[in-house]
Ligand binder design. Structure first.
Ligand code: SAM
Length: 275
């Protein structure tokens, strides 16, 4: 058996192991909401104590990571139906496996993250003619030239933007809209309450330090739309409706209460082209 791959990352980068574990763990349930063989294979290859993740994370958090992936898959799949040879850039990709779940045979896909994460990812995933990794920061622009624009561009940012200050998120979305006119975005947001709960129940409970705290909370999605008159809301996807029908009733009720308070949800935005 191949030796397990060691992990030497900062706490912020280690946050990527939580949704990875969440997606892999889902398949162990009798009625999984998502089956993600690539995530299972990655968990098996890594030298990491995933049992400790299971011991410290609440069932609702694990399910929310899975349902976030389900919502994002829906948006990416619809985008690729409309733009079969479109470009998708997965920002802060960590050890995400969306490509494996949604590849339509035509998409040009990029996975971007910071250097140590991409170095680890390269031990688990290979580049291919339609799929490339990019080492870079979402807060910088030096990687823009590496992106070949196809029939349209969709930026995916799962579990990423709330780690930044609001001004950084605003500047990042505007820069991407400037460079990739007409692009779309799909990302998750948390309310200020959701930020506080995640910091306590996910980051503190997981033994991660304060540098991994979420910072950007969205009280009202119209605040985000007001940043730029090019931004238009395509859809808001809440986790615990039809997608969560097979969940045990208590867990689903907890999730639906969180949905009704907009604790965490997925937003699909489009940036209008200048007329
Ligand atoms: C919670 S993880 C989410 C990973 C992945 N999107 C997923 O859903 O499984 C956050 C990721 O954001 C990455 N990240 C943090 N700051 C970043 C930056 N400035 N530029 C690019 N990626 C960043 C981290 O390295 C980490 O992989």
């Amino acid at each position: 058996m191949a030796a397990k791959i060691p992990i030497a990352l900062s706490d912020v980068q280690n946050t990527m192991l939580l949704p990875l574990w969440g997606r892999a763990f889902e398949a162990t349930k009798p009625e999984p909401l998502l089956v993600d063989p690539a995530a299972i294979a990655m968990v098996d290859r890594l030298d990491y104590d995933f049992a400790a993740v299971r011991a410290t994370q609440a069932p609702i958090s694990q399910v929310a990571w899975v349902l976030r992936a389900v919502c994002i898959d829906e948006v990416v799949t619809a985008f690729l139906t409309e733009h079969p040879r479109g470009t998708v850039v997965n920002l802060g990709c960590g050890l995400d496996t969306t490509f494996e779940r949604v590849d339509n045979g035509g998409v040009r896909w990029y996975d971007l993250d910071l250097e140590p994460v991409i170095a680890l990812r390269r031990q688990l995933v290979q580049d291919s003619p339609r799929r490339s990794m990019i080492t870079g920061s979402v807060l910088d622009t030096d990687w823009f030239a590496q992106v070949e624009v196809g029939e349209g561009v969709l930026f995916v940012a799962a579990g990423l933007l709330y780690y930044f200050e609001p001004e950084q998120v605003e500047a990042t979305l505007k820069r991407l809209a400037d460079e990739f006119a007409g692009c779309e975005f799909v990302f998750d947001v948390a309310s200020p309450f959701g930020v506080a709960v995640s910091n306590k129940k996910v980051i503190d409970a997981g033994g991660l330090d304060e540098r991994s705290y979420l910072r950007w909370g969205v009280a009202d999605i119209s605040d985000l739309l007001a940043w730029d008159d090019r931004f238009e809301l395509v859809d808001t996807l809440y986790y615990f409706g039809d997608r969560a029908e097979s969940l045990p009733p208590e867990l689903r009720a907890m999730g639906q209460a969180a949905d009704s308070k907009q604790v965490q949800y997925v937003v699909h935005l489009r940036s209008r082209r200048p007329s």
